[in-house]
Design a protein around this ligand. Structure first.
Ligand code: 5AD
Ligand code: SF4
Length: 458
């Protein structure tokens, strides 16, 4: 079934390629949201490039505009509708194919809004039909039809589609799709469906191929990576161990695990394998046990802190990053103080902070005790202040240390300098020859610059 479908899509790729022959066509892609969406976009880019389109950075130059959407928070919606408005003008001026895909298209009220207020789109597709993009595009071009290809049943896992990767040292590899957790604030389980894991062989072959091509850093992706189940007796611990065995891969990261599923087996594998990054992303969401219960996170503040302690004991050089939501319905001042307390105790290396955003269809959206906007913002600012203060203090501990760093390229702000990251994901900038790019070297940290560290080759 899987193979037949992919063969069919490859045939559509060839058909569109034939239509586009000698035409010099460009595409523009905008990706919103998480790393999973970025990885999906790499697949869309792979298909588009095989169909004869070249990537361009200016939407006005494009013959095809593609938006890969996210619906985790509301601000992505505003951004999308603004961008669609821009495409309308380009369509009027010169004609362009507009395709919109991804998570937001799985939401009925969004598709209704598109059909009512932005009916000039050509293709919309959801998270379960991404692999059918060549067929949808062919039908849109040849039959001049408007395509609405969104289904509500969990898509199969399709292997073997083309992929055009953004980077040639670091690569993301999706290991599982969907989520079964239904945290009450979160829309993801509704738009990405239930958990489906890729086969271990498919993942490991993909990573072996990447290693052969010279990739050194792999990030394993999933909504809840530690629920990965490749086979009955093959979970995330086994997968991590096997990925670490692949020659050529020097750094292994993964996002995101769920604290409730962080087993001792996984902790032991991390402890044993120096290739695995020493920054663990452990989404907290809230430090209050009451709020965590209302969020359906299935752990308490104490259990989270216990887990952090257990991991630290087994892996002393580990640090943590996290996600925190402020202003969840019913969050009292004392609940928020509990969140600040956990931030102070764990001293996270990095905190991704979010203001609670109501999502249609989730349980939290129906809760009556919503928090007023100004209180949410005040709490957010207070959390941010604490996090920034801790970041400055935290950076100090790096001064004078020697860090093993994969040299990723020239620094964005100063092309005379090189940049890379510590195993704990801190950006380090240093002087050096461009030939060092793509190598792992030792750097001595000499200066704390808040958002990055300065170093010297040692
Ligand atoms: N409002 C705010 N933040 C959210 N997240 C998920 N859903 C929401 C929401 N409705 C955050 C969580 C999650 C991260 C990816 O996005 O912190 O871990
Ligand atoms: Fe959303 Fe919770 Fe699933 Fe993460 S674990 S995707 S926050 S429902």
């Amino acid at each position: 079934m899987n193979n037949i479908e992919i063969t069919k899509q490859k045939e559509y790729i060839e058909k569109v390629k034939e239509i586009n022959k000698n035409k010099k066509l460009n595409y523009y892609i905008l990706t919103m949201g998480c790393q999973l969406n970025e990885n999906d976009s790499e697949k869309l880019c792979g298909m588009l490039e095989e169909m004869g389109y070249n990537k361009c950075e200016d939407m006005k130059q494009a013959d095809l505009v593609l938006f890969n959407t996210c619906c985790v928070r509301e601000n992505a919606e505003d951004k999308l509708f603004g961008k669609i408005g821009e495409v309308k003008k380009i369509k009027e001026d010169k004609g362009v194919i507009l395709a919109i895909g991804g998570c937001m298209m799985q939401e009925e009220h969004i598709v209704e809004k598109l059909n009512k207020s932005y009916p000039f789109y050509d293709i919309i597709f959801g998270t379960h039909t991404l692999h059918k993009f060549p067929e949808d595009l062919y039908n849109a071009i040849c039959e001049n039809k408007k395509i609405e290809d969104v289904i509500n049943i969990d898509g199969e896992i399709y292997e073997g589609l083309p992929i055009k990767r953004e980077d040639n040292i670091k690569a993301s590899v999706t290991i599982m799709y969907g989520c079964n957790n239904f945290c009450t604030y979160c829309i993801v389980p509704y738009v990405r469906g239930r958990e489906r894991s890729r086969k271990p062989e498919d993942i490991l072959n993909e990573i072996r191929n990447l290693a052969e091509k010279g990739y050194k850093e792999i990030t394993l992706l999933g909504q809840n990576v530690n629920s990965y189940k490749g086979r009955e007796d093959y979970g995330f611990d086994k997968l991590l161990e096997d990925v670490c065995k692949i020659d050529g891969i020097e750094i292994v990261r993964f996002v995101s695990p769920h604290p409730k599923d962080f087993t001792d087996d996984v902790i032991d594998v991390i402890a044993k394998n120096k290739k695995i990054s020493r920054v663990l992303h452990l989404p907290l969401q809230s430090g209050s046990s009451n709020v965590l219960k209302a969020m359906n996170r299935k752990y308490t503040k104490e259990q989270y802190l216990e887990l952090v302690k257990k991991i630290k004991t087994k892996i002393p050089d580990v640090v943590f990053s996290t996600d925190i939501i402020v202003g969840f319905p019913g969050e009292k001042e004392e609940d928020f103080e509990e969140t600040l307390d956990v931030v102070k105790k764990v001293k996270f290396e990095q905190v991704f902070m979010f203001i609670y955003s109501r999502r249609v269809g989730t349980r939290a959206d129906k809760m009556e005790n919503q928090i007023p906007e100004e209180i949410k913002h005040k709490r957010f600012d207070k959390l941010k202040e604490l996090v920034e203060k801790q970041t400055i203090e935290n950076n100090e501990k790096y001064i004078g240390t020697i860090q093993k760093i994969l040299v990723e390229g020239e620094s964005k702000n100063n092309n005379k300098m090189l940049t890379g990251r510590t195993s704990t994901n801190k950006v380090v900038v240093f002087e050096g020859n461009k030939e060092l790019i793509n190598n792992v070297i030792n750097i001595k940290i000499v200066e704390n610059c808040l958002w990055y560290l300065k170093g010297k080759i040692s």
